[in-house]
Design a protein around this ligand. Structure first.
Ligand SMILES: Cc1ncc(COP(=O)(O)O)c(C=O)c1O
Length: 375
């Protein structure tokens, strides 16, 4: 008998395609429970500033909506997310057929690659951009084209020049994680207009709510003119719902139809849907969270400057700080019960990314980093 796939040493992992076997794994921020176990610390004494979550958590109205939704957990959720789509479509003045709900916006990014990338296709993204773009691209057997960054941000002319007839998707993170860099509406719009219409532009706006209102691009309105544009957003960050996993994409209805064909029928759970509907209505809470973030950002920038450290100016809820030997500083912070994010995997081995926390958390980080750097 001849096997079509090598199965040496009786290793079933060899049955997976090479592009899956060579995939890197996404390494998330260290969970609080894990650090508590490793260092014998008490969980409530640990400060986690590692995953760009809202340190306030969800609003009281959202907590009440989640509690009410627990009555129905024996039922499958609404697979079409009728109420959430109705709320989103009213807010963003798009048709419900233009919306795709995701198990986090990460799911939406995956769905785009699943629906549109074939082995051999190219996807273009920036150096130091969100790591899910290369991972999702490689998982489809497609080739990622990483374009060198400019001042830690996207070099849009270079990204445009990297588009070839093999390119199917261009990813743009605005603001970008982990650098916090931001592209103003006009150059962004000009870039989108310059991309050939047989290439999808995925505009990842996970941190959109942290921008000042005057900085907001009317990106969802651009879809009418550019049906190759997909805008993705999330409830994980400013809305404080990271654990529930809910995000969405806004796009041309024909593109949404393709994504909805490949997604799982019940990819967004019922608690997440109820929470997201309540969160979207609670605009005051998002405004307060943005204000708290701006104040915390100022405090962090001032504190790290006082320590003689450089950072990349950020438009999101985190700050990328150059600490030198980041692996060592990260360890020394862990020993003090402070979790931040190493970003060597992003090609930034001298930096740590720190999420803006509550005022006391920011001060705890600043004190801990001073200790970590000394001696
Ligand atoms: C730029 C960017 N896009 C997307 C995501 C995915 O977030 P979620 O799946 O929680 O919506 C993240 C999370 O860190 C992010 O930083």
């Amino acid at each position: 008998m001849t096997a079509s796939v090598p199965h040496r040493d009786n290793d079933p992992s060899l049955l997976a395609p090479e592009y899956v076997r060579s995939l890197g794994r996404y390494v998330p921020g260290k969970p609080i429970g894990e650090l508590a176990r490793e260092f014998g610390l008490t969980a409530r004494d640990i400060v986690k500033l590692a995953s760009n979550e809202n340190p306030r958590g969800p609003s009281p109205a959202v907590r009440a909506a989640i509690a009410a939704a627990t009555d129905d957990v024996s039922r499958y959720p609404d697979g079409d997310g009728f109420e959430l789509k109705a709320a989103l479509s009213a807010r963003y003045r798009v048709s419900p057929f233009q919306l795709v709900l995701g198990n986090g916006s990460n799911d939406v990014l995956e769905l785009v690659t699943q629906a549109f990338l074939r082995p051999g296709d190219h996807a273009v993204y920036s150096q130091h951009a969100f790591v899910v773009y290369p991972l999702a691209t490689q998982a489809r057997g497609a080739t990622g084209i990483e374009v060198p960054a400019r001042d830690y941000g996207h070099d849009l002319p270079a990204m445009r020049a990297a588009i070839t007839p093999q390119t199917r998707i261009v990813f743009v993170a605005n603001p970008n994680n982990p650098t916090g860099t931001w592209i103003a509406p006009e150059p962004l719009r000009a870039f989108i207009a310059s991309v050939p219409n047989d290439v999808l532009v995925v505009l990842d706006e996970a941190y959109n709510e942290y921008l000042e209102p005057a900085q907001h691009a009317e990106s969802t309105a651009w879809i009418a003119e550019h049906p190759n544009l997909i805008v993705s957003r999330t409830f994980s960050k400013a809305y404080g719902l990271a654990a529930l996993r809910v995000g969405y994409g806004i796009m041309d209805a024909k593109v949404a139809d393709m994504l909805n064909r490949v997604r799982q029928p019940f990819n967004v759970n019922a608690l997440a849907q109820a929470a997201a509907v309540a969160a979207l209505a609670d605009t005051g809470y998002v405004d307060e969270s943005r204000a708290l973030n701006s104040a915390g950002m100022r405090e962090l920038m001032q504190g790290v400057r006082a320590l003689g450290l450089a950072y990349v100016p950020s438009h999101a809820n985190f700050l990328l700080i150059r600490v030198g030997n980041a692996a060592r500083v990260y360890q020394r912070l862990l020993e003090q019960g402070v979790i931040v994010r190493p970003v060597a995997v992003y090609g930034l081995p001298e930096f740590l990314r720190v999420t803006v926390g509550l005022p006391a958390e920011n001060r705890r980080f600043l004190a801990a980093v001073a200790t970590a750097l000394g001696g």
